[in-house]
Design a protein around this ligand. Structure first.
Ligand SMILES: [Ca+2]
Ligand SMILES: [Ca+2]
Ligand SMILES: [Ca+2]
Length: 206
């Protein structure tokens, strides 16, 4: 009976001595959310072909998961960097805005999330070129050698400018400035001629 009592006392002493570090300040819990940015593409970018969507994330207490969304579909979900995704933009709607945003969670459950960025997918030039016949103007009386001047422009690139007189092609111009020297002395005198031009871009838009 005596032995039993002393064992209890010993156990109590052991228990007290094993109690936590009473005089140490407990470690602060991690309350700082991760640093997070989308490093590519930039907001409002116009994209074509294949691009690498990438994000940067850091947390002093360690990251749990980094998630990147494209139009609300998950394209990256990873604990470790690099946070990258190969995006074949031609698989997505042409001439439309697409949204990318990212979310990061640290080991303590703190969450940071980016503002959505918006990018335009533009793989095909479907915009017509523009242009004007600068010289001569309608109703003008001309003589001798004159220079027909066409102004042509395109969002992408002008492929060629065709110049017609009375429906017949007289010149195909591929270089700016788009001009053609017309020797009117070789033409029938005192009649009206109709000049018109046709402008085409590299994709075939007219
Ligand atoms: Ca943290
Ligand atoms: Ca387009
Ligand atoms: Ca065009």
């Amino acid at each position: 009976m005596k032995t039993f009592n002393s064992n209890i006392i010993l156990l109590i002493i052991l228990f007290l001595s094993c109690e936590g570090p009473l005089f140490e300040v407990p470690k602060e819990p991690d309350s700082i959310p991760p640093t997070l940015t989308i490093t590519f593409p930039p907001d409002q970018a116009t994209l074509s072909d294949t691009v690498i969507v990438s994000a940067y994330a850091f947390d002093a207490g360690g990251l749990e998961i980094v998630t990147v969304y494209l139009n609300d579909s998950t394209i990256i979900s990873s604990k470790d960097s690099p946070y990258e995704y190969t995006w074949i933009t031609s698989d997505f709607a042409e001439d439309e805005q697409h949204t990318i945003w990212a979310k990061a969670e640290d080991a303590a459950g703190n969450i940071n999330q980016t503002n959505p960025i918006r990018v335009l997918v533009d793989n095909v030039d479907n915009i017509n070129p523009t242009g004007t016949l600068i010289f001569p103007y309608t109703g003008q009386i001309i003589s001798g050698e004159i220079t027909i001047i066409v102004e042509a422009d395109d969002n992408d690139e002008v492929a060629f400018v065709n110049v017609y007189i009375d429906g017949d092609t007289i010149a195909t111009l591929t270089q700016s400035p788009y001009t053609y020297n017309w020797d009117t002395s070789l033409e029938v005198d005192d009649i009206n001629y109709t000049i018109h031009v046709h402008i085409q871009d590299r994709t075939g838009n007219q």
